[in-house]
Design a protein around this ligand. Sequence first.
Ligand code: ARG
Length: 473
Amino acid sequence: MAKRAKSLTKPWQRRLRGGADEAASELLASTDVDAALYKYDVSGSVAHAQMLAEIGVLNQRELSAIKRGLQAVAADIETGKLQPDARLEDIHMVIEAALIRRIGPPGRKLHTGRSRNDQVTLDLRLWARDAIDGLVERVRQLQRGFLALTEKHGSTIMPAYTHLQPAQPILAGHALLACVEMLDRDADRLADCRKRTNVCPLGAGAVAGTSIPLDRRRVAGLLGFPAVTRNSIDATSDRDFLTELCFDLAVLAGHLSRWAEDWIIFSSEEFGFLELDDAYCTSSSMMPQKKNPDTLELIRAKSATAVASLVGLLTLTKSLPSGYSRDLQDDKRFVFPAVAAMNSALTVAAGIVRTTKFRPQRMAAALEAGFLDATALAEYLVGKGVAFRTAHQIVGGLVARAAQAAKGLAELPLATLQAACEKIGPDVRKYLGAANVVKRYAPEGSAGRKQLRQQLAFWKKKLTVGRKSPERP
Ligand code: ARG
């Protein structure tokens, strides 16, 4: 025998007898997560009620009772006076029931021409729109942090790595602005997702719309949506905007994990390029000397949450039939944690960037190892008319000799260099060494000073505070 849950009266009480099984009732409930939507549910309902009054479904008295009632319910939820009762399943029914308790009969008219199926996707779109705006603002903040650091330390020379092996010398600003680039695409992606999110589904009803002549565009206008959905089946089934948001967050999280990994390595004793502020480190319960970059590690870890959310939503929505299915209720369990994780990661990342100290001497010391000027030497030979592949071989031989002698290329005697290729002249001294290499980077997008100036000018213009955000329509 099924154990019946002590039931509250639900709108469909007359259709189903005896209330749900207790465990089933728990399974059905989503108030533990969707309570977070209460503000959006109330603003959606206020707009819906306003329109219902304008088309004559509600009179003015009913409308103001509903509006006042909804605000009071929102305030009660806000202050904790009204605890969403899980037996009412979801936040939509909690709010409607509280409204009816509070204002009586007019509350029973609010759901005219509406289903929870269009209501929940409306709430999610309103929520996602705000979430995106908050995320974009945090991404911009972080970009500005990297920009400020570039202005301060941009012209310090450091090694660039491929395969995490020393590759070529660069200006530190070039590495910092690489982060600004990744983040810019992330902000763009989010802004693009916002366009598809920013469409009003209300009026789609349960699946087929309604015979009540709702003014959908009016509701959309009241809620700041520039458009309404065209098809009620699609409108109630679609969660692409959330999947897309999770994808954007997964990519963003991947970018943050790359940066976090770089800085974990650079702040290690062995590299010592950076010193993290104590406020962003932890120590060890056993080893008294430790200063660990745990915040960077946890930022790196948030990729797991973001990717899991994306995979979760893709899995949740795959093969669902057209029209609402209850599976969709669980969408929030994926997308809410992803947004929370990325908000936290972005906020802490900005703090780390703001407070981390550069250690230019350690960067300078690292320039001595790894033959960072080898490519530049090959390119010097190209300037002397040697084919690049030949030049590459000549320099490869010289690097092998220098490595054996435990010297840098610039420390090899001119005679040794000339023995490898007679085209090498005394002017080669002006080409060797990290500082000389950085001076010669030529095309747009390289790691030299001219290019850094160009990039800085571009980003300063784009990220200037007070700029009107192009993301919002
Ligand atoms: N709590 C549900 C959700 O979040 C609302 C829609 C329920 N609709 C239904 N026909 N059972 O998706």
